[in-house]
Design a protein around this ligand. Structure first.
Ligand SMILES: Nc1nc2c(ncn2[C@@H]2O[C@H](COP(=O)(O)OP(=O)(O)OP(=O)(O)O)[C@@H](O)[C@H]2O)c(=O)[nH]1
Length: 375
């Protein structure tokens, strides 16, 4: 189970425990009312019945507590166990009212209190419990009638009407709350979709802002950001290869074969370099016909071999333009190595100076400046 899911479950369980504490508190108050009725002489059954039903109530709540405490409640679709709780409460309340005789009307409001715990259930389920509450009340009065204990039928009619009206009102209210929650859920979903779209667009924008349009390589800005990150993460004893690559006599290619042909040469270089390099290597267009290469975790020998391979591959490239025969393209490379704690600007300067030497030495070659002394 992921940490996130576990956290969500913990938060949910805490909420469930709070709800249970509220229900237990309500039971406590109702028990108090029971015993007040007993003391005031409204309770028609023997005290032993009040005692027995009070114990049963406490026992039922202990069972619920054990379910919540052990986490067994999480196996159910509604971990709050709202429906069983409401059922038990309705049953217990009906038993209490049955034994209350003439004081029954004053505790009728407890039905509403019990149903308050069900207001977040879907309306069709809530209506079921509202109907059950009403039928329980009517049922126990009919039982009274059957037992010949119904002293005031008119009072019963009034109480039943008040209960009915209040329950209908509650059903309408629950339906309203449900619709409101559905609308909010839909809005939250729509908001999520918008957020995802925005995030996608942002990613696209970032890609556009960090990619060179002509070659599809990273641009200078992105390269510098990556290089700074790699340098910051570089551990002692490890080295990063840094190379500046400049296509030779590029101005001549443009002048002789046209700007479009020059563009195709740049694209060809990018394709050849991609094929020569590994996934973790970073190649970017540094500007114009100049490129920059970063090779993580390398050494002077490996890096030299890599750059030489790239130079040869470009020099032997198949004609990219009918007018440019094989062998007319070449590039020069200035190499250096980055060590932990090096300054990126100073390292780029070192590579640039090595590149300058490669150009001055006749082009189509790699020159290295491993330290600032041989730059
Ligand atoms: N076709 C094309 N040309 C470009 C692009 N960016 C820069 N250039 C051209 O690249 C040429 C670079 O010329 P120079 O800096 O003189 O270098 P070079 O001719 O390669 O000479 P060396 O580097 O000394 O070998 C310029 O003519 C620029 O206009 C581009 O995106 N497309």
């Amino acid at each position: 189970m992921s940490a996130r899911v576990e956290l969500d479950q913990q938060a949910l369980q805490q909420l469930v425990m709070k709800r249970f504490a509220l229900a237990a508190l309500t039971y406590g108050l109702a028990l108090l009312l029971t015993w007040v009725s007993v003391a005031a002489g409204f309770y028609t059954a023997p005290v032993s019945v009040a005692l027995g039903s009070s114990l049963l109530i406490v026992l039922s709540q202990l069972v619920f507590l054990a379910l919540f405490w052990s986490g067994f409640n999480q196996r159910f679709r509604d971990p709050s166990l709202t429906q069983p709780q409401v059922l038990v409460a309705l049953l217990w309340l009906t038993c209490l009212l049955f034994n209350l005789g003439s004081a029954r009307g004053s505790l009728l409001v407890l039905y509403l209190l019990v149903l308050m715990f069900a207001v977040f259930l879907p309306p069709r389920i809530f209506i079921r419990y509202a109907v059950l509450a009403f039928l329980s009340f009517v049922g126990l009065t009919l039982l009274d009638f059957h037992l010949g204990r119904l002293a005031e039928p008119a009072a019963f009619l009034l109480e039943a009407s008040v209960l009915l009206v209040t329950l209908v009102w509650m059903c309408l209210f629950v339906n309203y709350v449900y619709q409101l929650r559905q609308r909010m859920r839909q809005r939250r979903f729509a908001l999520q979709v918008h957020q995802d779209t925005l995030r996608g667009m942002l990613r696209q924008l970032e890609d556009l802002a960090s990619t060179d349009e002509l070659t599809g390589l990273y641009n200078r800005r992105r390269f510098l950001r990556i290089a700074e990150g790699e340098l910051a993460r570089l551990r002692k004893g490890h080295q990063i290869g840094l190379a500046l690559i400049d296509l030779d006599h590029f101005k001549r290619i443009n002048d002789v074969h046209g700007h479009a042909a020059g563009d195709r040469v740049l694209q060809t270089f990018a394709a050849i370099a991609r094929a020569c390099l590994r996934d973790g290597d970073v190649l970017a267009r540094y500007g114009g016909e100049e490129f920059v290469l970063l090779l993580p975790d390398t050494d002077a020998e490996q890096f030299g071999i890599c750059c030489e391979r790239l130079r040869e591959a470009f020099a032997n490239a198949q004609p990219v333009d009918p007018g440019i025969p094989v062998g007319q393209l070449s590039l020069s490379v200035g190499l250096t190595l980055l060590n932990a704690g090096d300054d990126l600007d100073a390292s780029l300067q070192r590579a640039d100076e090595a590149l300058y030497r490669a150009k001055r030495g006749g082009r189509n070659r790699c020159e290295a400046a491993w330290t600032s002394d041989n730059a």
